[in-house]
Design a protein around this ligand. Structure first.
Ligand SMILES: NC(=O)N[C@@H](CC(=O)O)C(=O)O
Ligand SMILES: [Zn+2]
Ligand SMILES: [Zn+2]
Length: 426
């Protein structure tokens, strides 16, 4: 019987709606007792005085790149990056090679992730075979193998008929449809940034807002009668927020996530054409950024997901048009958001934590994301006073592609427990 006693941590008390000092006893991977003073003989004790103990973070949108792109990331390096960033649960997208469209690949991911043991890895299966948009995957079989949702992330499902069939099938087998929303018929080849001020200034080809919002509007209409849980990936425009808000107000089961970078940055913040600022969807206008923040505050946007998208520096050095889209996020999400949203008074600490823990858990029906007796001891310890500059050289992820290099931020995770076992200890 393994037992650990965590002493004097600051824990959020739901009933009192405030942070209180508590002891917490972990036994066999579960939270067994929470109290003002727990006395136990012969247990390992850790003193957490002055630090905040929160539920392990949950990221429903990341890329682990294994199998197929191990030079960018592996299940092991991605899981370690998650643990370092305070995450205990991560859902990985299926744009691997081969694509996660068969039960063999799902089983392989689940198996490797368990062996690594640094994070709970929830695979997301493809909507269509090879993400080509032509033929549905066997969602029922993929679900049995362990997927928690379907998505063709990396590309949008172009055919409305295919999307409708996918929604029917996903609903039948009980899986959410997690949509990367991008209408290719409105895109120009070689577009790398938002179709706005920055694109015009540097004469770059732009990605219009409607590329995203047209798909969201279409999908909300398609999902209406089917009743499937429809989830919008990395929402980035004011139009998109408006569409999701309207659907929610009618009671439709539509949810949405936003990334830290879309909350923190807009096109005006890009100093010059630099692939470290190239991601899909792109950084939009200041007005879009404001709409995302409002959407996160009023609940239109349910939670925060990093869309951790590691690429090699060689790939990123190819220039604006050729470099791949995507930036890493797992190791910097919390301190960035804490510094720029909590320290500035836009969100309370608990509001931010909820959007990284219980909200994603509730959206996807996951039994984690809360500190309570009998729950799995998935925990993160935060040092809100610890201030450091972001340095990609210190990342444990293989991906060093971030636009936040050099940003001084505070509120770093210092310890992470997955089912009572330390997965990060600083
Ligand atoms: N977000 C990105 O810019 N890139 C993602 C794909 C995706 O999330 O659409 C990737 O796989 O690199
Ligand atoms: Zn995507
Ligand atoms: Zn993604």
């Amino acid at each position: 019987m393994s037992r650990v006693l965590l002493k004097n941590g600051r824990i959020y008390d739901e009933a009192e709606q405030q942070w209180v000092q508590r002891d917490l006893l972990i036994q066999d991977g579960l939270i067994r007792q929470i109290g003002t003073k727990i006395e136990q003989q012969q247990v390992d004790q850790i003193d957490l005085a002055g630090k905040h103990l929160v539920p392990g973070f949950i990221d429903m949108h990341i890329h682990l790149r294994e199998p197929g792109f191990e030079e960018k990331e592996t299940i092991e390096t991605g899981s370690r990056a998650a643990a370092k960033g305070g995450y205990t649960t991560i859902a990985c997208m299926p744009n691997t090679r081969p694509v996660t469209d068969s039960k063999e690949i799902v089983e392989q991911i689940v198996h490797t992730a368990k062996e690594v043991g640094l994070a709970r890895v929830l695979p997301i299966g493809a909507i269509t075979k090879r993400e080509l948009g032509r033929e549905l995957t066997d969602m029922n079989q993929l679900k049995k193998a362990g997927i928690v949702a379907v998505s063709d992330d990396g590309v949008g499902v172009q055919s409305s008929r295919m999307m409708k069939e996918a929604m029917r099938e996903a609903h039948r087998v009980g899986l959410p449809v997690v949509a990367h929303c991008e209408d290719e018929s409105i895109l120009v080849k070689g577009a790398s940034v938002h179709d706005g001020q920055f694109a015009r200034k540097y004469d770059l080809k732009g990605i219009p807002s409607e590329a995203e919002s047209i798909h969201i509007a279409r999908d909300i209409l398609l999902a209406e009668d089917i009743g499937v849980h429809y989830h919008v990936c990395h929402i980035s425009t004011a139009q998109s927020v408006r569409l999701v808000r309207e659907a929610k107000s009618r009671g439709q089961k539509v949810t949405a996530e936003v990334t830290p970078h879309h909350l923190l940055l807009c096109e005006d913040d890009i100093p010059q054409p630099d692939p470290m600022y190239k991601m899909n969807p792109p950084l939009r206008s200041r007005k879009d950024q404001q709409a995302l923040i409002e959407g996160l505050l009023d609940g239109t946007i349910d939670f925060i997901a990093t869309d951790h998208a590691p690429h090699t520096l060689t790939e990123k050095a190819q220039g604006m048009e050729l470099a791949p889209f995507g930036i890493v996020g797992l190791e910097t999400a919390f301190p960035l958001l804490y510094t720029h949203f909590v320290c500035t008074g836009k969100l309370s600490l608990q509001q931010l934590i909820e959007r990284m823990t219980q909200k994603p858990a509730d959206c996807f029906g996951l039994p984690w994301g809360r500190i309570a007796v009998d729950m799995s001891a998935d925990l993160t310890l935060l040092d809100l006073e610890k201030e450091e500059a972001i340095d990609p050289a210190t990342f444990v992820s293989k991906g060093k592609n971030t636009p936040f290099s050099g940003w001084r931020v505070k509120g770093w995770p210092v310890k992470t427990w997955l089912a009572g076992t330390l997965t990060w200890n600083q």
